[in-house]
Design a protein around this ligand. Sequence first.
Ligand SMILES: NC(=O)c1ccc[n+]([C@@H]2O[C@H](COP(=O)([O-])OP(=O)(O)OC[C@H]3O[C@@H](n4cnc5c(N)ncnc54)[C@H](O)[C@@H]3O)[C@@H](O)[C@H]2O)c1
Length: 299
Amino acid sequence: MKIYRNAIRCNICGQVIESAHHYDFVRCKCGACAVDGGTDYLRRVANRGDYTELSITDESIGAQPPEFLGKVVVVTGGAQGIGKCIAEMFEAQGAKVAIIDVQDNPYFVGDVAKKEDMEAFVQKVIRDYQQVDYLIHNAKPITVGIEEGSYEEFCNALQVGVAAPFYLTKLCMPWFGRNAAVVNISSSRDRMSQPQTESYTAAKGGIAALTHAMAVSLAGVARVNSISPGWIDTTDAQVDGADAYQQPAGRVGSPEDIANAVLFLCSEKAGFITGENICIDGGMTRQMIYHGEYGWERK
Ligand SMILES: NC(=O)c1ccc[n+]([C@@H]2O[C@H](COP(=O)([O-])OP(=O)(O)OC[C@H]3O[C@@H](n4cnc5c(N)ncnc54)[C@H](O)[C@@H]3O)[C@@H](O)[C@H]2O)c1
């Protein structure tokens, strides 16, 4: 096991440098970073945010540093469900996660429908971490239909689902680190509907289009992609029978199915992907249904 006490990994050349003795001043091979063992603190001598602090006892660090170690991740709606799973998966890889949610959570309780809450939240993130690497817009808009839904409810869904991703991204833009990424959580409902779902569906259509608009505007600043989940069970329920088999994959999805894709889109493996949407629905939107087939008939 490798134990780092006073070490950094340079984000430019990737070298891990350590300083064990008080007279050591060790510089990485590209010269962007240095560790000063004498004063027992990590010293950066070049650009802001170009190193990752290694202060964790972790044998995996010695072999290959986890890609998200020390990265700063913002997750909206991270108190439960898919957002919580995304937050936990990033944390497990050493990232620092900042959640905003109306529900109780370890970081910031606030409403992304409120401009002042978003501003206070981003101020706190910057005060705590000085930068943002990944921004995950996941908070869930309400569903109201055209018959029963009010004008105010419809507008609230668009505030949570579209205006908040726009404004939070705008607030974070000056603070994006190198290789920053934004992931918008849309829904397969951005392309298909049930009756009486207008507010949610419009919000998901909005965030899907916002994705390619921001991908173009943020070229060179951050990659911007969206994920459209299908039926994702966030309750550990046992879903089987027709509910499972209506998906060609033969099951409903799990929060991990979405979180894995979020981490992939944030990683350097996805460095050539921007403005794109991935629909993760077990193939449900690809299944054509005809009268009399697969037990389906109109009654
Ligand atoms: N679960 C699914 O089947 C499914 C399918 C398609 C898309 N999605 C999308 O995935 C995302 C997460 O869904 P989920 O199933 O985990 O939902 P969830 O209801 O379990 O969690 C949503 C979270 O968003 C928070 N939130 C809601 N309004 C907020 C606001 N105004 N400000 C701050 N936080 C707010 C809630 O408190 C909650 O913690 C949503 O965007 C949802 O539309 C989910």
